[in-house]
Design a protein around this ligand. Structure first.
Ligand code: GUN
Length: 292
């Protein structure tokens, strides 16, 4: 078994981006500027947004964090999205999800200018992805593709089972892995809560990608010997032994599954850092696509 080390891979990407920023500075070009909107105090979202801001600082991007109380009205958020769309100093921005129930996520996502949608969640960017038109790819699926590519994981002709059909991970990743690209050319099964015989389906998979947010869901008996396992889960679970009082848990029963795999991503240190690296790649591209 070999660990697919997302932390190490993302650090390499960040180094490359750092160099790109230094070169832009030398050429007198604009430095990329990422803004992030965070609503409320959800611990997981806060951790992720802070990590995004920290990555910007490390690479040399400008960053702005905009925070709102849990109770912020939808109109205020929409107005902020509009002002970021128009703000020439901001190259790309994200609205961290999930949003409180009284806010329509789709309405907010659709209000973002697709040219600044570095999360790749806007329908225009998802459509572009389907048709191989340059745009922004959703950060987590793109991060997984980059992790597979940089670690030379063979995907062509492989049977890949993705568990979870979310708009931001499972659904777009099923498209990306089906494409005639490298990585890609997989035969993809997109499994979900209504899937029958999931265990039997998983047992035939060369690659399993778990993205459902249920700690330890993928068990040893679901995994074929030598399979590649990608764990997208990041659920906070109470842990009295941890100074923080919690630990991050993936969707895979790592201890039992790891010995059977050829490659497996850890949690933390697997997909999470790759999501952040992809967002940084997209932010640099936001400027390049504008020809800045
Ligand atoms: N919530 C979980 N993952 C993501 C992500 O990649 N981007 C945003 N904006 N919210 C998320």
């Amino acid at each position: 078994m070999q660990l697919l080390d997302g932390k190490a891979t993302s650090e390499q990407i960040k180094k490359e981006l750092m160099l790109a920023v230094q070169n832009r500075k030398k050429e007198g070009k604009k430095i990329p500027h990422l803004a992030a909107i965070l609503v409320g105090n959800d611990g997981g979202s806060l951790t992720y947004v802070n990590a995004k801001v920290k990555a910007c600082e490390l690479i040399g991007f400008e960053s702005t964090l905009i925070r709102y109380d849990e109770t912020v009205p939808e109109e205020i958020l929409l107005a902020k999205v509009q002002s970021l769309n128009e703000d020439k100093s901001v190259d790309g921005f994200i609205v961290q999800l999930p949003l409180p129930k009284h806010i329509d996520e789709l309405k907010i996502t659709q209000a973002i200018d697709p040219r600044k949608d570095v999360d790749g969640f806007h329908p225009v960017n998802l459509g572009n992805m389907m048709l191989n038109i340059p745009g922004f790819l959703p950060a987590t699926p793109a991060g997984i593709m980059e992790l597979l590519k940089r670690n030379n994981i063979e995907t062509e002709g492989k049977k890949c089972v993705i568990i979870g059909r979310s708009n931001i991970v499972g659904m777009p990743l099923s498209v990306m892995l089906s494409k005639n690209t490298n990585p890609g050319n997989c035969t993809v099964t997109l499994a979900h809560s209504k899937t029958k015989n999931l265990k039997a389906i998983c047992q035939t998979a060369d690659i399993i990608i778990a993205a459902i947010g249920q700690p330890g869901f993928v068990k040893e008996e679901m995994v074929k010997e030598g399979a590649v396992i990608i764990d997208v889960g990041t659920t906070r679970v109470l842990d009295a032994n941890n100074p923080k009082g919690w630990k991050l848990c993936g969707d895979v029963d790592f201890e039992k599954v790891a010995p059977k795999c050829s490659f497996i991503t850890p949690v933390p240190g697997g997909v999470g850092p790759m999501t952040i690296a992809s967002l940084m790649i997209n932010t640099l591209r936001a400027m390049e696509l504008k020809g800045k």
